[in-house]
Design a protein around this ligand. Structure first.
Ligand SMILES: Nc1ncnc2c1ncn2[C@@H]1O[C@H](COP(=O)(O)OP(=O)(O)OP(=O)(O)O)[C@@H](O)[C@H]1O
Ligand SMILES: [Mg+2]
Length: 507
């Protein structure tokens, strides 16, 4: 390809030299309005959009097929990127050396060099660049590899241009977030001791932003999310990214303790408070003094203890069981639940005043089915973690990964984690095949086929119904072994029993 095809697109659209305070700005490129419409709400997005509008964001398209290059260029340019084109790796490297490229759209199947090698080289030359790889549908596996090597996202060919536009819209948002929160995000991600939160979907980027904010305040935070979405992980990261990271982080599972125990665990007791209390013991609220207490499954806290907890939070002092003297405590409270607390408040099972007290800040962790694009990344993460502990590096077949991408994951990340661990234990070689996956994943397609199962209004199955089916069919397949079912579904056994009770399956 000739050098003349390196197209900065400047002439196709508004003049980047137009001064930013020109009253009538040229918003003519179609895509710009799409982006603005979608993202205007967040004021912070404006800088990225401005940058894109002014054609300051550079995007390089590397593909040996001219139609693809041209199609991608039109979409990228309509959003406002300045585009560069290259039909081979060498040419791409030259562009990278000469221009500050923000985004690369990279075909993984280029003649000559292997696509992954090109990716590695791009990352070596410009580590900050966002790379989106394009790959044939038959080789999703290579996309997984690419994600492991730092690609931001992938599209499978053939893709339609609308799909590409959505991805590029997301990239714009991402570029903005990255600028704004780079430092804070680094803190969230690099802190050792609580494991890293995996995910690069826009939903997760949003979450990182809120975590950063929450970490630097001392207000209570209510962490909402389905079972297995990472509520505890998020709670830890809020604590460990904040100023009190050197103080204790104490997690209490209100769902698994019997009520009388919760009280003495949380508030402590004095000697002689009850039979067996031979000496006094500090409550966890006291142990966590100066740090964070994480009240998991807060929705399960009995009403009388809710009152006691509220008092403790308001007065910053607690009364140990059997004690008369208040003990001062200064502790930050994080609470989590997968229950709908608002409904619980309406039904009178959760105190409204405590709800307001805990809900000063709230964040909702997206379910895995809302961020399926993170699945390859999570699979890679868990495979790598297992490889470190077992010494065997396994990978996953395209077919198996496809099944995982289709599945609905009622148990979210925990279910996926268990699924990978189980598959590794079952697989005889170093590749995980479809047969190594749990049957509910293998059979998912048929189950979700709308002709075979009754659906809700307009053919949409409510998530609760999907969850119910997954739970009941797991128990059925395991011949009634509920503990094993809970483990494989990736939910706690208390959760499982509660659900079964809701379904009326057990009393
Ligand atoms: N984004 C993520 N990246 C990596 N691992 C994750 C992520 N989210 C969850 N996990 C892992 O999934 C498992 C479940 O996470 P966690 O216990 O935090 O979920 P939870 O929301 O508290 O679940 P539950 O409601 O069942 O208590 C953990 O092993 C955790 O490390
Ligand atoms: Mg939990």
């Amino acid at each position: 390809m000739s050098g003349s095809e390196t197209d900065t697109n400047r002439n196709h659209h508004h003049n980047p030299l137009v001064s930013p305070h020109t009253a009538q700005r040229d918003l003519s490129p179609v895509g710009t309005e799409v982006v603005v419409g979608k993202m205007m709400a967040a004021k912070s997005m404006l800088a990225a959009i401005d940058k894109a509008e002014a054609n300051l964001l550079n995007l390089l398209i590397v593909d040996d097929e001219r139609v693809i290059r041209d199609g991608c260029r039109d979409v990228a340019a309509s959003i406002g990127f300045t585009t560069f084109l290259a039909d081979n790796a060498e040419h791409a490297f030259r562009v990278l050396d000469a221009h500050s490229v923000d985004v690369v759209l990279l075909d993984l199947r280029l003649p000559g060099l292997n696509g992954l090698e090109v990716l590695r080289e791009v990352k070596r030359r410009r580590p900050e660049t966002i790379v989106i790889v394009m790959t044939g549908f038959a080789s999703v596996q290579s996309a997984v590899q690419a994600m492991k090597h730092g690609a931001y996202d992938y599209v499978t060919k053939p893709f339609n241009l609308e799909e590409l536009r959505l991805i590029l819209d997301r990239v714009l948002g991402h570029l903005q977030l990255t600028n704004e929160n780079r430092i804070l995000r680094e803190q969230v991600k690099s802190k050792e001791g609580f494991g890293s939160i995996i995910g690069r979907s826009p939903e997760m980027e949003k979450l990182y932003r809120i975590i950063s904010k929450a970490a630097h305040s001392t207000h209570p935070v209510l962490i909402l999310g389905e079972s297995g979405t990472g509520k505890e992980l998020v709670a830890r990261s809020i604590h460990y990214s904040g100023p009190f990271r050197d103080k204790p982080f104490i997690a209490v599972d209100c769902g698994s303790l019997v009520p009388s125990l919760i009280e003495s665990e949380l508030f402590g007791y004095v000697k002689g408070a009850f039979t067996g209390a031979n000496k006094s013991k500090d409550g966890l609220l006291t142990v966590a003094d100066g740090g964070t207490i994480f009240l998991d499954e807060i929705g399960e806290l009995p009403v009388d203890l809710q009152a006691k907890l509220l008092r403790a939070l308001q007065e910053k002092e607690i009364r140990p069981v059997g004690g008369t003297k208040p003990v001062p405590v200064d502790v930050r409270v994080l609470a989590a639940t997968n229950r709908d607390l608002e409904t619980a408040v309406q039904q009178g099972t959760f105190r409204r005043d405590l709800y307001f007290r805990l809900n000063v800040l709230s964040l909702r962790i997206p379910s895995l089915r809302q961020r399926k694009q993170d699945i390859p990344l999570l699979v890679g993460h868990f495979l790598e973690r297992l490889a470190r502990s077992t010494g065997v590096q396994r990978n996953i077949s395209d077919e198996a990964l496809k099944l995982m991408l289709n599945y609905d994951w009622p148990g979210n990340v925990r279910e996926l984690e268990n699924c990978i661990e189980r598959a590794c234990a079952l697989s005889s070689g170093t590749t995980i095949h479809t047969g190594d996956l749990p049957t509910q994943i293998q059979n998912w397609k048929e189950q979700s086929n709308p002709t075979q199962v009754p659906c809700g209004a307009r053919g949409i199955v409510p998530i609760s119904e999907i969850e119910k089916r997954a739970i009941l069919s797991a128990i059925d397949q395991l011949h009634g072994d509920k503990l094993e079912a809970a483990r494989l579904l990736g939910i706690g056994k208390t959760t499982l029993y509660r659900k079964l009770k809701e379904y009326g399956t057990i009393q």
